[in-house]
Design a binder for this molecule. Structure first.
Ligand SMILES: [Zn+2]
Length: 473
């Protein structure tokens, strides 16, 4: 059982049409509220009586993590490929430079403006829970000397504490550094009001009094169960007797996971594409057959890795006053003070000068849409396409596929396909990832046409379409 948000009109107390709504979060009992079926039914009745029932057909927004645009067209995703001319098809989707696609997908605002750049940023004192700090402190000095089994046990304890107390993952960050970094978008409860510090797709739905179900989506940068489990969950939502909610969010992660392991174009990935294709077909059919609409999104692409670079070894010990975070394609440095920077930065530049990458100098960083602020580091070194820094603080094993390069590179791009009554038949060469929530909002009848989103992408007929679940199927 995942997370479910129900909007109750004024707590169900004699609300009038157009009156203020508020939300109650039911989160596996975490906030201690478990709505009873009668409450939900009463709400539905009231909503219908109140005339606030949405005109739109139920919409499924299904994210296919790292489904690169040109995975289509090779016969691996037949159900999707056969339908490219049946709805709104953006051949490419361009994300921002960085690692926070969820923030873009939910807020419709690019990284440069929303500020969510990397999954981890430097922590201020007090931002790490006491328990995690203590456990990390105990583990740090012995972590390197433990055998495989002992290390796994320690990491498992740290992981559980970090998830429970800090709403974060520990990935492969050394124990000694855990307290020095905090999670960014991954620490947020995406569905909470203004979770990202600005309006999200959830807020938009909330303001319109639309119900949603995100129990088959990502929460705190984690997913529950396998893609298969989530496909079953989505089919179950589509087949509900009372109809699916106005908005359902789904997430399939295997294309990203397997793409990292084997790289794009590999037999391993093509086999996975065929498996994912079957799940997409099942879920897509379940919604479309009942008159719903489906918006498929490959949020970014994947590049083949042909070089692994051990940055940490190259750099050697930079001293306690320089903090380093190694993402797979980006290495950021923070200096404790000006004197440290003046001493250490020239050394870093000299060592990395011949390395296959580039420093994100001020002008270039701005051009690439890197947001200002502490998260970008005092100095940052980015990998050239096809290069991965390894070991890094995320990957346990050497990967053969990676993303997080300049989004101008075609291989970094995903795709988008809107099917069903909500979408007009139209093909466009490229949209941005931040256009997707605007398109979804339009399809829900919940928003204005966003910047760069053509009204014709969303069918003017959608409001007259059948309501999901009314007819058998
Ligand atoms: Zn990935």
């Amino acid at each position: 059982m995942g997370r479910q948000l129900l909007i109750l009109p004024n707590g169900g107390q004699g609300a009038r049409p157009g009156f203020i709504f508020f939300g109650v979060l039911a989160d596996e009992g975490r906030r201690g509220f478990e709505p009873e079926a009668s409450v939900v039914l009463e709400f539905r009745e009231k909503r219908d009586r109140m005339g606030t029932s949405p005109n739109n057909t139920p919409l499924l927004l299904l994210v296919l993590d790292a489904c690169r645009f040109d995975y289509l067209g090779q016969g691996d995703l037949p159900w999707v490929e056969e339908r490219l001319d049946e709805g709104f098809y953006a051949e490419k989707v361009k994300p921002s430079f960085g690692f926070c696609e969820i923030a873009e997908l939910l807020t419709g605002v690019e990284t440069r403006e929303n500020g969510f750049f990397c999954q981890m940023g430097p922590a201020e004192p007090g931002e790490t829970s006491f328990l995690l700090k203590v456990l990390a402190g105990v583990t740090a000095p012995i972590e390197g000397r433990m055998g495989e089994w002992g290390r796994e046990l320690c990491r498992s304890v740290l992981r559980r504490v970090a998830r429970r107390m800090d709403h974060r993952e520990i990935y492969e960050i050394p124990a000694g550094l855990l307290g020095r970094f905090r999670a960014t978008e991954g620490a947020l409860d995406y569905q909470a009001p203004f979770a990202f510090g600005r309006e999200s797709l959830f807020d938009l739905a909330r303001a319109k009094g639309l119900e949603w179900d995100a129990s088959a989506f990502v929460a705190f940068n984690r997913v529950a169960g396998s893609d298969r489990d989530r496909a079953d969950r989505l089919c179950e939502i589509a087949q509900r007797a009372e109809g699916a909610p106005a908005l359902t969010l789904g997430y399939f992660g295997d294309l990203d996971r397997v793409g990292h392991i084997y790289g794009p174009g590999s037999p391993g990935l093509r086999a996975q594409l065929k498996k994912t294709a079957r799940l997409v077909e099942e879920v897509g059919e379940a919604f479309l057959r009942r008159g719903g609409s489906v918006l498929l999104v490959g949020d970014h692409g994947m590049l083949k890795v042909d070089e692994h670079l051990d940055l940490l070894e190259l750099l050697g010990d930079l001293g306690r006053k320089t903090r380093i975070f190694v993402d797979s394609t980006l290495c950021r440095f923070w200096f404790e003070d000006k004197a440290t920077q003046e001493g250490v930065e020239p050394r870093i530049r000299e060592v990395l000068w011949p390395a296959p990458g580039f420093f994100l100098e001020e002008g270039l960083a701005r051009e690439m849409g890197v947001p200002d602020g502490k998260d970008r580091g005092d100095l940052a070194f980015a990998a050239n396409p096809g290069v991965v820094f390894y070991p890094d603080y995320f990957n346990r094993k050497k990967v053969l596929g990676m993303h997080g390069y300049s989004p101008e590179i075609p291989g970094q791009k995903g795709f988008c396909l809107g099917l069903g009554p909500a979408f007009a038949k139209r093909r466009v060469p490229e949209i941005r990832l931040v256009d997707v929530p605007k398109i979804a909002a339009q399809a829900l009848g919940a928003g204005q046409v966003g910047d760069g989103v053509a009204e014709t992408w969303v069918s003017p007929l959608y409001s007259e379409a059948a309501v999901l679940g009314e007819e058998g199927g």
